[in-house]
Design a protein around this ligand. Sequence first.
Ligand code: SAM
Length: 384
Amino acid sequence: MSHHTETIVRERYAAGAKERADKLCCPVNYESEYLKVIPQEVVERDYGCGDPTRCLRKDDIVVDLGSGTGKICFIAAQIVGPKGTVIGVDMTDEMLEVARRNAPIVAERVGYANVEFRKGRIQDLALDLELLDRQLKRNPITDAASFLAADGLAEELRIKHPLIPTDSVDVVVSNCVLNLVEPKSKRLLFEEIFRVLKKGGRAVISDIVSDEEVPEEMQNDPELWSGCISGALTEEGFLAAFENAAFYGIQILTRDVDPWRTVEGIEFRSVTIEAFKGKQGACFERNQAVIYRGPFKEVLDDDDHRMERGKRYAVCDKTYNLYKKAPYQEFFEFVDPIVDAPLAEAKPFDCSRTSLRHPKETKGHDYDVTTEANNKCCDGGSCC
Ligand SMILES: C[S@@+](CC[C@H](N)C(=O)[O-])C[C@H]1O[C@@H](n2cnc3c(N)ncnc32)[C@H](O)[C@@H]1O
């Protein structure tokens, strides 16, 4: 798709900011308690397809990609509370105007101001378009030399004054926007989501996906493009895009059974995906083991650790700690070594293969204790 596509998307949503456009929305039941403080013009110009705010927590720093008139940001603001922060990013001036005009109204009603809206393209979250605008007004592009200088200026702004800095965000949310980004920028888009998240952060994204590849004729239809159809990834492709950007623990949180639209036999429906950042880093041996509880016979994680149900596996300290948190913890039993191996003295661990861990390794090879029966097990007399 060409740059023309982005112009069409911008024009269509500029119109959608001024007046409700029915065709652009896929009805969602947002939690009504959060809608009470949000002005009607924001609520009615809802072009979402899911509700990624359900996964937010108090104090989170949140970025909403393609924030539109601001509804998701205003819901998020109430969940994260006064110590949290919410930043909406959108490229369409008319959307930003409605969102910014309503932010003080919501702030007054909730009693604190923790939302702001910034102008940028979500596939280039480092470039602050308003800052660039101001600079270009002072140094307009009039010839090839000033065009190249502007390119250099944009690069400098990305580094010195990023719209969203690297490793700065707890949760990236988005509601029905990723599909609007042209195919050649999709990879960059997922990389940008990854970049801005802190280690341990997560993406919770609602979007439209297709059950089959979208054929080229359909991709070239501008009406279908801006209507969240042409640029949809397949269900499989959507998950793979997170995987390729080095996320882990990726899962489908919700998937509408009924398609939102069916076009020439291809079904388009809303899904909400969660994906985590933070599997990168060095692997150290601390004699820890994990046991996959089931119910499947075996599992494979995003670092290619393959584990059979019920067996004890050696894992590095990093994997051990990842498994202790969402989304994994309920699937594992954790076996700590009897004698702690301090991280500062730990040797490197070879994470490229999965190996079983003999119980003696976690207990120590000369462990030969004999004990009486543990009373805790027999409390109530039911188990022995
Ligand atoms: C379908 S609407 C969704 C709006 C909002 N998330 C909601 O739930 O109502 C898409 C929004 O994304 C914005 N948008 C589309 N492509 C974008 C891009 N590449 N960068 C930034 N914003 C974009 C549009 O201006 C529009 O406000």
